[in-house]
Design a protein around this ligand. Structure first.
Ligand SMILES: Cc1cc2nc3c(=O)[nH]c(=O)nc-3n(C[C@H](O)[C@H](O)[C@H](O)COP(=O)(O)OP(=O)(O)OC[C@H]3O[C@@H](n4cnc5c(N)ncnc54)[C@H](O)[C@@H]3O)c2cc1C
Length: 473
């Protein structure tokens, strides 16, 4: 009788979880999942809303009630997805590059299947962006403002509901998958061009005939090191740098009520750089994000709790020229500059930025928009962002103001910096297999995706392929 095949999945974010769901119960497969962070129940108990996770923030910091240890935010069952905003974007053009590997209709089919799975585990039925006539009108409005409007349909879980849905996925796996929480994989073992196993931080080795790497942003540095140790060739990705924009929710209400999240793209006249809106959070709040020692900015919105403001990221995409090959280091460097001259995140009124002066607590205090991130330091973003980025951001805000009057108000707040990386991407087959036969790389950590839906889809794709090979013997 043929022996069972060992499968190791590294990382229990959406990509790893969907790979596990595809492999769960497949006869002949012994599936082990390794996650360096805690399991879901422990995470929920230490989540931001339970107000007791991680080391405390300094006295006087309004974020003191929130966990500071990134372990609780990005690591553990559910990965960065657990406390994400939980917007499931049902579009092949958003949140990843799966269309670089698969034909568009296959990506659509995969995303439809992933959507059905999220629904089965408790995602809400309600869809934003399904009103085609209203979406077409928004698209016309955008065109008149020189902007491209990317139509997307979105299901919104909200930061509060996300962990619960992910917990249902954990339960569904039952005993079919061994989950090794709090166990970090340090090395992938390869012998004669095939995976042989994985080694974990305790020095323990587990056999593996197939390995699916899904380490997310948190494990992107580790993934890059492993990829170069294993001699995998890689493709450079761009880096997106920008700010988070915050305004009264009324300014965007007629847009967010229809589309929830509008993806708008603009090409800045001066440098012809591509600038896009990202992660729109109607009635949401601006939050700090801690990644590998650097503080950046992000946004959240909750299904239940609503603020009076709406925020979104404005990101400028740049591809660098030879011989530079480290866009991630560049993005981190800019974020660290903001950290150096503030308590982590700078906030500035648009009017102050335009007038070439810093914002002060007093100026912001008498402004029409009050910051939802209270601990941001009033300051001057022009000390941090290079001229090229600032120009692109200011030009885009002018165009956005034509689309939704009020965005360009001098009271609008800008927080910096927001940086989005695609991790370095190894060369992959259309099934997301690396040059090592049986070693797959999926999700954000492999630079393939940067959103919940495409991360889940990439895991499902690789998991199914491994299931097929196990079944064929
Ligand atoms: C604040 C915030 C809000 C977001 N909001 C949205 C949103 O609304 N919509 C959306 O589509 N996307 C959103 N995202 C992005 C989304 O969360 C990610 O795209 C998605 O989680 C990526 O899934 P992944 O499985 O590739 O990686 P992750 O979710 O990052 O999971 C990777 C896991 O691997 C583990 N790991 C890493 N290295 C190792 C190792 N060596 N050994 C063992 N385990 C390891 C990590 O601990 C982590 O748990 C948000 C992200 C953040 C941070």
């Amino acid at each position: 009788m043929a022996r069972d095949k060992n499968v190791a999945i590294v990382g229990a974010g959406p990509a790893g979880i969907f790979a596990a769901l595809a492999l769960s119960g497949v006869p002949g497969a012994r599936v082990r999942m390794f996650e360096k962070g805690p399991d879901i129940d422990e995470r929920i108990a230490n989540s931001p809303s339970s107000h007791n996770g991680g080391p405390a923030a300094p006295q006087g910091d309004p974020d003191r009630a929130k966990p500071r240890d990134p372990k609780w935010m990005l690591c553990g069952w559910g990965g960065a997805g657990a406390f994400s905003d939980g917007k499931l974007t049902l579009s092949r053009d958003v949140g990843g590059q799966l269309t670089a590997y698969l034909p568009r209709d296959e990506v659509d089919d995969l995303l439809a299947e992933v959507d059905r799975m999220w629904l089965r585990f408790g995602a809400p039925e309600e869809l934003y962006g399904a009103d085609e006539a209203a979406m077409a009108e928004l698209s016309r409005r955008a065109t008149r403002a020189d902007l491209e409007f990317v139509t997307t349909r979105i299901r919104h879980l909200g930061t509060d509901r996300c962990p619960m849905v992910l917990r249902e996925m954990r339960r569904a796996l039952g005993d079919n998958v061994e989950v090794h929480a709090n166990e970090e994989v340090t090395h992938v073992l390869v012998e004669q061009g095939k995976p042989a196993g994985v080694e974990t931080s305790g020095g323990k080795c587990y056999p593996a005939d197939f390995v699916i790497l899904a380490p997310g942003r948190e494990g992107a540095g580790w993934f890059t090191e492993e990829a170069s140790r294993l001699g995998l060739s890689r493709v450079d990705n761009p880096v997106d740098v920008g700010v988070r924009v915050e305004m009264p929710a009324e300014v965007m209400a007629d847009v967010t009520d229809v589309a929830y999240e509008s993806k708008l793209i603009y090409y800045s006249p001066t440098f012809d750089d591509r600038v896009r809106t990202f992660c729109m959070c109607p009635h949401g709040e601006v939050v700090k994000e801690y990644t590998e020692g650097i503080v950046t900015v992000n946004g959240h919105s909750y299904a239940e709790k609503r603020t009076g403001n709406t925020n979104f990221a404005l990101l400028v995409t740049t591809n660098f020229t030879e011989p530079f090959h480290d866009p991630i280091a560049y993005g981190r460097y800019l974020a660290s500059l903001a950290n150096l001259i503030s308590d982590g995140v700078i906030v500035q009124r648009l009017g102050d930025l335009r007038s070439g002066r810093r914002s002060t607590a007093k100026r912001i205090g008498r402004g029409l928009v009050q910051p939802t991130l209270k601990s941001a330091t009033p300051g001057d973003l022009s000390f941090v962002l290079p001229h090229r980025y600032l120009t692109a951001i200011l030009e885009t805000l002018e165009a956005l103001d034509r689309f939704a009057p009020g965005i360009g108000s001098r009271h609008t707040l800008l927080y910096g910096v927001e940086v989005k990386f695609y991790s370095a991407r190894p060369e992959l087959s259309p099934l997301l297999e690396t040059q090592v036969d049986g070693l797959f790389a999926v999700g954000d950590g492999a630079g393939v995706t940067r959103g919940l839906m495409q991360a889940s889809a990439s895991g499902l794709l690789a998991g199914r392929e491994v299931a097929r090979r196990v079944s064929e013997g």
